[in-house]
Design a protein around this ligand. Structure first.
Ligand code: NAG
Ligand code: NAG
Ligand code: NAG
Ligand code: NAG
Length: 464
């Protein structure tokens, strides 16, 4: 298909003219493997040959490799390709030769066996004429430009260009001196008022998020003054849905407490989003009671600040070292989860896969991978696949951006109806959850420390 299209459209608008008595027969095509360096095809020069155009297609991949040769070299018309070939690769070679102002064409399909070409379909040589008149060549082709070998991927990126399978679409190693502020934006607002009951304010203060020696740190810090009084984020506030509640806490308000914890959440909504692909995050998750990491993707039709946004959770494990559900299930930080959270009819529906480990996921770095395909989500930690999801994918039919954050509490993260009774120092839906949480700080603050940061080594997104 691609081959035909290329032949017909991208170069010379061809008209095949059957001609039994050809004046010129394209010589047989020579092939040489250059080992790691790629390969070379050539035909010997003959007086009268003016130009040669090669199209090379490997295993029906698009785009095909193209090379337009205007000069013979050492008696040959040579095209060198940097793509390396392997055994059993099928190579389709098409060559157009301009000979005494007439065009001749020849195609062959060959299979590589032990670094040699085995011809499976022999070419025939035939002459071709231009449609007529002006411009012989409508396509601009640079002979120097090497087409890369590309298996088309289903991944979609912002520029909506074609992606190739395995192509790196996004990367941040956090190896610069500072967080790249054109890639990452901060979510700045307090999260206490809403039913989500996250007991934090996210801010862009350097102590809550910084890059150091190649790592991104997101650091939840207990506030020094957690008292009554007003709290104002002013113009820096990024809340979109309820700025009146999320940007300020009025003196003497119902909540009667300022945020007990400051932390950070960053996202790529303005700089990078993709649909389908593989995301790999090498990270150490936070440890400490009621801490919760966000390593996720969210649709571009939402903001990082959207309540009840659909989320693709690349990985999470709760900060607690010990935590059980009311069914005696271990839901501490030794239990890793990944998958989807969606909100049909305003109620949470989760499609999750999980893996229970002996150690807390915050004890060391792990590589967390989500492979998001049209019909399947695959979840991996390090080299191990721990789950595949086939349902719920239709909720994610648009490009998503990356979010990293550390929060505290959250009614879904620490669901009262799932947790064993009386283990949490506050109830999600009690009006002053943050106040209870703060008053009970002796129960949780000692579990926090240096290990409470989320540390990210790198994030990479590849086309699938
Ligand atoms: C042409 O042949 C000469 C001598 O064999 C060689 O040194 C040179 O590298 C060749 N040029 C190319 C472009 O292959
Ligand atoms: C990120 O790190 C990888 C592995 O060390 C390296 O290959 C790559 O070039 C780095 N990328 C950037 C943008 O620094
Ligand atoms: C920040 O990221 C942008 C886009 O990825 C890049 O062009 C720019 O060079 C980066 N800035 C720094 C200081 O690394
Ligand atoms: C994670 O990936 C890195 C390469 O980026 C590798 O060096 C490391 O061994 C992997 N870690 C684990 C725990 O598999």
């Amino acid at each position: 298909m691609c081959w035909k299209t290329l032949l017909c459209c991208s170069l010379w608008l061809l008209l095949l003219k059957s001609n039994e008595n050809l004046a010129f027969k394209i010589p047989s095509i020579d092939f040489e493997m250059l080992h790691e360096l790629g390969f070379e095809v050539s035909i010997p020069d003959e007086p009268g040959m003016q130009r040669v155009f090669y199209m090379l297609q490997i295993d029906d991949n698009c785009p095909a490799l193209m090379d337009y040769i205007t000069e013979s070299n050492n008696g040959s018309w040579i095209s060198r390709q940097k793509t390396s070939l392997q055994n059993n690769d099928k190579l389709q070679i098409s060559v157009l030769v301009q000979y005494n102002d007439e065009i001749y064409e020849k195609s062959e399909t060959r299979v590589i066996i032990n670094a040699r070409l085995l011809t499976t379909r022999d070419g025939r040589s035939q002459s071709i004429t231009y449609p007529n008149g002006e411009g012989e060549c409508h396509a601009y082709l640079s002979p120097q430009k090497q087409a890369k070998r590309c298996k088309p991927a289903q991944s979609i990126v912002s520029s909506s260009r074609q992606t190739c399978q395995g192509e790196l679409l996004f990367e941040d190693n956090f190896s610069e001196a500072q967080l790249n502020r054109s890639t990452w934006k901060h979510d700045i607002r307090q999260r206490m008022y809403h039913v989500e009951e996250e007991l934090v304010a996210f801010d862009d203060a350097p102590r809550n998020s910084y890059v150091k020696e190649g790592y991104l740190h997101i650091v939840p810090i207990v506030a020094s003054e957690v008292v009554e009084g007003s709290f104002k984020l002013g113009d820096r506030c990024t809340a979109v849905e309820s700025p009146e509640q999320e940007c300020n806490i009025a003196q003497g308000s119902f909540y009667s407490i300022k945020p007990p914890v400051f932390s950070a959440q960053i996202h790529t909504r303005d700089s990078f989003s993709f649909k389908y692909g593989k995301i790999v995050v090498r990270a150490k998750l936070p440890k400490g009671d009621w801490l919760f990491p966000y390593v996720m993707l969210q649709p571009v039709s939402t903001y990082a600040e959207t309540h009840y946004a659909k989320q693709l959770r690349v990985a999470y494990a709760r900060g607690n070292s010990h935590l059980q559900s009311n069914q005696q299930e271990d839901i501490s930080g030794s239990h890793l989860y990944g998958g989807m959270v969606v909100w049909p009819h305003g109620r949470a529906m989760q499609y999750l896969k999980d893996r229970l480990s002996k150690a807390h996921y915050g004890d060391s770095f792990h590589n967390y991978t989500m492979i998001w395909q049209r019909d399947k989500i695959t979840l991996m930690v390090d080299e191990e696949i721990y789950g595949e999801l086939y349902e719920g994918l239709s909720f994610f039919n648009e490009k998503c951006f990356i979010i990293f954050g550390v929060t505290v509490g959250g009614f879904l993260n620490f669901d009262d109806s799932v947790l064993a009774k009386d283990v949490k120092p506050y109830l999600n839906r009690e009006p002053r959850a943050a106040l209870s949480f703060w008053q009970q700080r002796d129960t949780w603050a000692p579990t926090w420390g240096k290990h409470s940061s989320m540390i990210i080594d790198y994030v990479r997104v590849y086309a699938e």
